[in-house]
Design a protein around this ligand. Sequence first.
Ligand code: TYD
Length: 209
Amino acid sequence: MPGLFITLEGGDGAGKTTQSKLLVEWLQAAGHTVVVTREPGGTDLGVELREIVLHRRGAMEPRAEALIYAADRAHHIATVVRPALERGDIVVQDRYIDSSEAYQGAGRVLGAEEVRELSLWAAQGLMPDVTVLLDLDPTDGRKRLDSARTRYDRLEAEKHDFHTRVRQAFLERAAKEPERILVMDAAGDMSEIAAAIRERIQNHLPHPA
Ligand code: TYD
């Protein structure tokens, strides 16, 4: 496909939103057409699924949770992301398959490989060209969330151990795919992180920005 698919990953409170904004501004200033989106919740259907998976009260089986994220992904990739990539646009997406592997696979202990397979089936095998992993100690992530949040979603509300497994799983995936995944220390300086991200993306751009 002619477009470029970029995803941002990391624990809660790692600063994905800020980095996504800076990256998108830079790409647009260079004249690229950028589609900014996220999972869960990048479509109308996804908005409903997001509300269920993040805020529904009461118990939810981990496999049911994994399937809701996969359902959101299946619809989003088919109706938003693939069409954009086919047009030649740049897609900047908050969270994707690596989040499912980390949160459902490791956090919920469903198994990284199984959850990954489920996601790949949902997305018909689509993988990002570049992924930025904003790595942060969950204790620091929690501190940042505490200052910004009035309510926590079902995943954010999980215990420290859960978030430690999530972080570990992200780092393991990154170690397996160093070509795709750029790991940044999210505790570092915001503008230095942004510069390093730009440098990595630059190599993938169709025309020099
Ligand atoms: P996010 O949109 O990053 O949260 P916010 O914008 O509120 O900071 O992600 C929502 C939550 O969903 C986050 O806790 C991680 C979780 N998540 C999964 O557990 N599995 C997935 O496949 C995805 C995409 C997200």
